[in-house]
Design a protein around this ligand. Structure first.
Ligand code: TYC
Length: 110
């Protein structure tokens, strides 16, 4: 015979399985837009300098933007994305290039 009686309150706490309601913070794609005037070499420099790409990667992304019109440089939290956009656009203006960098929310289906 067992001592176990499911109807007897033995003082155990009913603990619901942990279901953390923590959502991942939204992430943002930082993108470059194509234009007719910014030199390809300058775009490659931007991708190397601000997005930590090597020359091969930077060239590939630059050519993607050049042919498709827009391309992703990286995906970041809001603060980091805002900072990258600001830094790149400031750097481009300083060098009198019209290169445009923007951010957009990356809805990941969550
Ligand atoms: N289209 C530019 C050119 O032919 C090169 C370029 C590439 C400019 C990517 C912007 O985001 C850009 N010189």
């Amino acid at each position: 015979m067992s001592d176990y009686d499911p109807d007897r309150d033995d003082g155990d706490l009913a603990v619901a399985p942990a279901r953390p309601k923590l959502k991942r913070p939204p992430r943002y794609r930082v993108v470059l837009l194509n234009d007719d005037y910014t030199p390809m070499e300058f775009v490659i420099l931007v991708l190397e300098q601000f997005f930590r790409m090597d020359r091969e990667q930077a060239t590939r992304v630059m050519l993607h933007v050049h042919t498709k019109g827009v391309g992703v440089c990286g995906v970041y939290t809001k603060d980091v994305a805002e900072t990258k956009v600001e830094q790149v656009n400031t750097f481009s203006r300083q060098h009198q290039h019209p290169l445009l960098c923007e951010m957009e929310e990356a809805d990941d289906g969550e």
